[in-house]
Design a protein around this ligand. Structure first.
Ligand code: SF4
Length: 488
């Protein structure tokens, strides 16, 4: 398919006695579908038992009325997955359930734990067996079998040992937890349902669709517990492991939905400001400004307004091109961009076009878009990117590419322009990107643009590092038993 940045995962949690928590979770996950399209799952608790169903596919493909009816309870967590550690196979779908000293635990994870292999080796040396190839199961095993008398002690142990990015929702018989790593690399927020309970979600847009009121973000390094007593909070690592927020800058640029809030900022205007700054940094004489839909639309509008050039829709996106289930033949794969976008000749013909996109990763999509615009009659094509060149890989839950595959790591801006056959090319500066967030300095992870990682990272972390066998085909579906609603 079209190489691009791959979203990470979406997590959700709800504690709402008397509500249909499985259905609330279904709608929450549906809103977070953009964060992961490979698998979806829901786990519920009725106070005595946990029930779970997780399967490959989109949320609406995995769940229907009968499946939701098989997930009773007053509390639930949910997950949409794009694999960042572990293959895209059914057995790795989340949430999954582990049995521990205090009963069953279901876990859903967004992020990537960079020292998962070391942690796993340590657990295996103590006789703990693993059933999946994910870093999430490593966290789960520490939570149920690690040192610590109480569950709260073991959460603290996990937070002390795990390095990297993790936003977790956890489900026990009695409670739902949200846990955010001390760097706060991935977003996680809390909302209140109309007097009937609380929800956790990766993004605020999920709260809006449920009619829940946004309360606040889960703070970096914070553990929030929801139970029959209400909401309680703790910071297990304080004061030694003082939190230092390093929210992923790409959440602002691309990953999160434009109607979500991050750090108190609605993302649509943030992206418009990025476009306006981009115009000031890289102006050009042109007739129209178009965006590569949908993620660059707001930035294109911002660029057009700042330039005083009309904004137009020059590309129509097929929103139903999925990643996992559509395997185009070789001819279509080579022309992948044709599956996703269709140019409007009536808009483009004879025009000097500014096309705004959010990023260039491997450099395979941009030349195809430029060629597509030229074939549709564009007289000039000026590419503008609302992020700096990507020069380093991400170890925190974004599957972008290895360093060797990143065009920004090996070619100058002018070489990338030439490679793309664009008339001109301009990237937004890192300073301009950060200023557009209005979040203040030193609040973001910028590692893929700057090489400054906020934590220690291994030099070459392979997302399949925890695979037990040689199977490395991300589309492989092993003969694992089908997950069915189970009582544990
Ligand atoms: S390396 Fe880039 S994509 Fe990964 S968390 Fe940091 S800013 Fe986000």
């Amino acid at each position: 398919m079209i190489p691009s940045l791959r979203e990470k995962c979406g997590v959700f949690g709800v504690f709402a006695p008397g509500e249909d928590v499985a259905r609330l979770t279904f709608f929450g996950l549906h809103t977070l579908q953009h964060r992961g399209q490979e698998s979806a799952g829901i786990a519920t608790s009725d106070g005595d038992h946990l029930y779970v169903y997780a399967e490959m596919g989109l949320v609406a493909q995995v769940f229907h009325e009968r499946r939701l009816a098989g997930l009773p309870g007053r509390a639930a967590i949910g997950h949409t997955r794009y694999s960042t550690t572990g293959s895209s196979v059914r057995v790795n779908a989340q949430p999954f359930v582990v049995e521990g000293k205090d009963g069953p635990l279901a876990i859903a994870h967004n992020g990537n734990v960079v020292n998962a292999q070391l942690l796993r080796e340590d657990l295996e040396a103590r006789g703990i067996a693993f059933t999946t190839s994910t870093d999430t199961e490593v966290l789960a095993q520490i939570l149920v079998a690690g040192p610590g008398e109480t569950f709260d002690d073991r959460i603290a142990t996990m937070m002390r040992r795990a390095s990297g990015a993790y936003c977790l929702t956890l489900l026990t018989r009695d409670a739902v937890y949200a846990v955010r790593d001390p760097l706060g690399i991935r977003p996680l927020c809390i909302g209140r349902l109309n007097g009937h309970g609380y929800v956790f979600a990766s993004e605020t847009c999920a709260l809006d669709h449920l009619g829940a009121e946004f309360i606040r973000d889960v703070e970096p390094g914070e553990v929030v517990r929801l139970d029959a007593e209400g909401l309680s909070s703790s910071f297990p690592l304080a004061p030694d492991g003082a939190p230092r927020e390093q929210l992923c800058l790409f959440e602002y640029i691309y990953f999160s939905r434009p109607d979500s809030y991050l750090g108190g900022q609605r993302l649509h205007p943030v992206r418009m400001r990025m476009g306006a700054r981009l115009q000031r940094e890289h102006p050009v004489d042109a007739d129209i400004v178009i965006g590569v839909p949908d993620s660059a639309t707001a930035a294109a509008i911002g660029y057009a307004q700042e330039a005083g050039i009309p904004y137009a829709e020059g590309l129509v996106k097929n929103r139903y091109v999925g990643r996992t289930f559509i395997q185009p033949d070789q001819r279509l794969r080579e022309q992948g961009v044709l599956l996703k976008f269709n140019p409007l000749r009536e808009v483009l013909e004879g025009q000097r076009v500014v096309v705004v996109d959010d990023s260039i990763v491997r450099g395979t999509t941009t030349p195809r878009i430029v060629a597509m615009l030229r074939r549709a009659g564009a007289r000039e094509v000026h590419v503008r990117i609302t992020s700096p060149p990507i020069t380093h890989p991400c170890f925190y839950g974004v599957d972008m590419a290895t360093r060797g595959e990143l065009i920004g790591a090996h070619k100058s801006v002018d070489e990338i322009r030439e490679h793309s056959d664009a008339d001109t090319l301009g990237y937004l500066s890192l300073e301009g990107t950060i200023l557009a967030t209005q979040a203040g300095p030193d609040r973001h992870c910028t590692a893929c643009f700057s090489g400054r990682y906020p934590s220690d990272v291994p030099l070459e972390l392979d997302k399949l590092v925890l695979e037990a066998d040689a199977t490395r085909d991300r589309h492989a579906v092993p003969a694992a038993p089908r997950r069915v609603p189970v009582r544990v």
